[in-house]
Ligand binder design. Structure first.
Ligand code: FMN
Length: 189
């Protein structure tokens, strides 16, 4: 079967991707925030989550070599402006906590803070890093993982009626999840 195609940058063909705010910290205890769309669950046992950070000039890349820990904070629609700000400005030049008024709060197991306004949190310790082209993939063993009860339901994690997670479409364009829950009974049994 023939069909017409449109050329696309490869990364865009698997968009939209959910967006997270990753917190890191320097040796002196000053934290930073970076917006990331390139993340990946890697292992159940132990739980490992990877993040991909450009190894060219990101402040967060430098900090991850000082303190090898990070928190993946899951933001929602309510703080989308702050999400874009943290993805367009470098911690080299601005204190993103001060400028955005996002609130740092102590994590349970790692030194970088969690962001109070987010709904989900993964506290990670770097166990490996792999350079891949112009990015470096950091593999983080998850030391603690939790979401706000208020935004969750027991069976499925996030309550889709209350939680609008952010997905990146490219450039300054974003979308959110729908509240539709699709449960499929196994019709072939
Ligand atoms: C929606 C969005 C997603 C992004 N995803 C990534 C990513 O996955 N990896 C990356 O290295 N940079 C990504 N960026 C760019 C960084 O967030 C941006 O360069 C940031 O200013 C770096 O901050 P830092 O220098 O304080 O570490 C993204 C930006 C936006 C707006």
């Amino acid at each position: 079967m023939k069909f017409e195609t449109r050329k696309i940058d490869s990364y865009r063909a698997i968009y939209p991707r959910n967006v997270v705010l990753v917190t890191t910290i320097d040796n002196e205890g000053k934290p930073n925030i970076i917006t990331l769309a390139w993340t990946m669950n890697v292992s159940f046992k132990p739980p490992i989550v990877a993040i991909s950070i450009a190894n060219t000039n990101r402040h967060s890349y430098k900090l991850l070599h000082q303190v090898e820990e990070y928190v993946i904070n899951v933001p929602t629609r309510e703080i989308i402006k702050e999400v874009l700000f943290c993805g367009r400005n470098s911690g080299k030049n601005v204190d993103k906590f001060e400028t955005t008024s996002l609130t740092p709060s102590r994590a349970n197991k790692v030194r970088p803070p969690i962001i109070k306004e987010c709904v989900g949190f993964l506290e990670c310790q770097v166990i490996n890093k792999v350079k891949a082209g112009d990015h470096t993939v950091f593999f983080g063993k998850v030391l603690d993982s939790y979401i706000k009860k208020e935004f969750s339901i027991e069976k499925n994690g996030y309550d889709l009626n209350k939680t609008k997670l952010i997905y990146h479409l490219g450039k300054n364009d974003f979308t959110i999840n729908s509240s539709e829950l699709i449960h499929i009974d196994e019709w072939w049994k």
